[in-house]
Design a protein around this ligand. Structure first.
Ligand code: NAD
Length: 311
């Protein structure tokens, strides 16, 4: 249904997502502020554009995969941004897959819905925005197995689903605009707290004389079982495939966890909700980053915070 897809933000995630779009047969036009990255794509024969606005002019749908809220805001509303052409827009669908705060997603969705389509698409007169952040890191982006959590119009979500499934294997509709972003930051907040809980319990267990592997077996057949204990165990050697067993390399960087916890903390303040574990987790991950572990997988909290061990 969408012949031409625009993609903005060709970083760790975006570049891999674009490859899957191309594999699926979409005609893709891309943009990034990093000229070196852009050149790599033009060398591969992909159409590259100088500005987000030029991408919009060439596309039925545009996907953004940018670092944070301010970048997304700039790419949409800044000079030469997607909405530069006043309120007349070529793409009928704008999908933001960046992890940002739900407030920004909602604000942009309203702005987009006030624009008018250059050419009416089916019964759509106004363009639509979906917030569709992803779960799964660089490996899932590469393998095309991301999970998308989507907020915005349900009809637009259903129309976008085949496109999303060319980059992922799951999509979950979360409700109104901003709910995809809300789901993403709540998921990562719960993941951070469960990782801290498991790390703290395993560290205490070790001090009390129980081997981490034994305690893990207990957790995994008892009520403490969770993803952090049974799939992503933070203690080196307990689980071969986990980042903890390869010196916390790869995986999900502590700095990205700190970023997501910041979003959760800011959202909690925004809605006046008390979230003491969010504040505590944010403090711990901020400290880890300041101590030089920002690029390590977030399960390194076990070694560098609880066990107090360095390099
Ligand atoms: P990244 O920093 O590797 O890539 C971001 C890209 O955006 C860069 O190439 C950068 O040059 C480009 N960019 C920045 N500002 C721009 C602008 N104004 N115009 C055009 N391009 C611009 O980040 P990433 O790891 O690909 O993550 C992207 C998003 O996905 C983030 O919001 C992140 O939180 C989220 N996310 C990342 C992971 C992960 O494991 N890396 C997992 C899930 C979600």
């Amino acid at each position: 249904e969408f012949e031409s897809v625009g993609f903005i933000g060709l970083g760790n995630m975006g570049s891999r997502m674009v490859h899957n779009l191309i594999k699926a047969g979409y005609k893709v036009a891309v943009h990034d502020i990093n000229c070196n990255v852009l050149k790599k794509f033009s060398d591969m024969g992909v159409s590259t554009k100088e500005t987000p606005f030029e991408v919009a002019e060439a596309s039925d749908v545009v996907i953004t995969m940018l670092p944070s809220s301010s970048h997304v805001f700039d790419v949409f509303t800044g000079p030469n941004g997607l909405l530069q052409g006043g309120n007349l827009l070529r793409p009928w669908l704008l999908i933001d897959s960046s992890t940002i705060d739900p407030q920004t997603s909602r604000k942009l969705s309203v702005t987009v819905s006030k624009c008018i389509l250059k050419e009416k698409k089916d019964h759509w007169v106004n363009p639509v925005m979906l917030d569709a952040p992803v779960s799964g890191g660089v490996l899932a982006a590469e393998a095309g197995t991301l999970a998308f959590m989507v907020g915005g119009s349900e009809e637009a979500y259903l129309a976008a689903k085949p496109l999303l499934l060319s980059m992922g294997k799951n999509t979950i509709y979360c409700g109104k605009a901003g709910n995809g972003s809300a789901a993403k930051i709540c998921n990562n907040l719960a993941m951070a707290v469960s990782m801290l809980g498991i790390s703290e319990a395993l560290a205490l267990g070790q001090s009390l004389g129980i081997a981490a592997s034994t305690l893990t077996r207990v957790f995994n057949s008892s009520s403490a079982r969770c993803w952090s204990s049974d799939s992503y165990n933070p203690v080196p050697g307990v689980m071969e495939a986990a980042p903890s067993s390869r010196n916390y390399d790869g995986g999900f960087a502590s700095k990205l966890m700190a970023k997501d916890l910041n979003l959760a903390a800011a959202s909690a303040i925004d809605v006046g909700r008390k979230c003491p574990l969010t504040s505590q987790a944010l403090e711990i991950y901020t400290e880890l980053c300041q101590d030089g572990h920002e690029a390590r997988d977030f399960s390194c909290v076990f070694r560098h915070y609880y066990s107090g061990m360095d390099e």
